[in-house]
Design a protein around this ligand. Structure first.
Ligand code: TMP
Ligand code: ASP
Length: 238
């Protein structure tokens, strides 16, 4: 096989150059990190589950009209995507209070947030992904005003679509993070959607089914991801 060019290695994925200059290959690793890379572990099969999970969600969103970078799955751990010029802003939307919102504002975990809260964070591990607002994004030219409008609208749209999808699987979509980029100047959803970047609670027991199991040492991390995938009907084979 031809040697592939590794372009970037992140905490949970490796990015390789694709066969076409406009394409990239995302390789999903078993590595799991939390707290901006402070806590790291290998969780067997997580890469395969997240690859399958991400493909299922990205295809679902594309069919619903959301512009995404997803092109096709490429084996059990890899996916081919369009090469985006990434915007260094993480868009987080919250339907219930959890995580950093509770710590920052003293809100009780689980409080329903109506309307949902949308926040922006700067993607920068060494600064611990600080909370930012539109004014920072504008002044530092991280994205244009119209891109911020579009990222806001698409994040809300994805929230509506996925809250409903997960509700049908008896899961509450508590919050999630999206990243966007530009393809030929057009905004597209990039990165991944998996239980590594969202919070999901069982709708009856309120049990955590996402990366909080790893962050809080609750155990059964991959089992929970697998259960979420099973409930959604995610096909596991390549
Ligand atoms: P937070 O409560 O830590 O701010 O995270 C909110 C949601 O966004 C949670 O589902 C985790 C996700 N997230 C990431 O996956 N990566 C990040 O760097 C950030 C800031 C949030
Ligand atoms: N900040 C995210 C988390 O705590 C991602 C990471 O740091 O690895 O899950």
């Amino acid at each position: 096989m031809k040697e592939r060019k590794k372009l970037y290695e992140g905490k949970a994925k490796i990015v390789y150059a694709g066969e076409h200059p406009d394409e990239l290959i995302l390789h999903f690793k078993d590595d799991t990190s939390a707290f901006d890379g402070e806590k790291v572990a290998q969780l067997e099969h997580k890469g395969e589950i997240n690859n399958a999970f991400n493909a299922y969600i990205m295809e679902y969103l594309s069919k619903a009209g959301v512009p995404t970078h997803f092109l096709r799955r490429h084996g059990p751990r890899e996916t081919v995507v369009q090469r985006l010029d990434m915007i260094p802003v993480e868009c987080v939307i919250r339907n219930r209070a959890a995580g950093s919102l509770c710590r920052r504002l003293g809100i009780a975990e689980g409080q329903v947030l109506e309307p949902p809260i949308l926040e922006f964070f700067l993607k920068n591990d060494s600064l611990h992904d600080p909370l930012i607002n539109r004014s920072h994004i504008r002044t530092f030219h991280w994205a244009s005003d119209s891109e911020v409008e579009a990222m806001t609208r698409w994040t809300q749209e994805v929230n509506g679509l996925l809250s409903e999808l997960f509700a049908r699987a008896q899961l509450i979509l508590v919050d999630f993070k999206l990243e966007f980029g530009r393809f030929q100047g057009q905004l597209r959803l990039g990165d991944e959607f998996s239980p590594d970047g969202c919070r999901l609670w069982d709708a009856s027991s309120m049990e955590k089914m996402d990366k909080d199991r790893f962050r809080r040492d609750l155990g059964g991390v991959v089992e929970a991801y697998g259960e979420v995938a099973r409930r959604l009907g995610v096909p596991m084979l390549p």
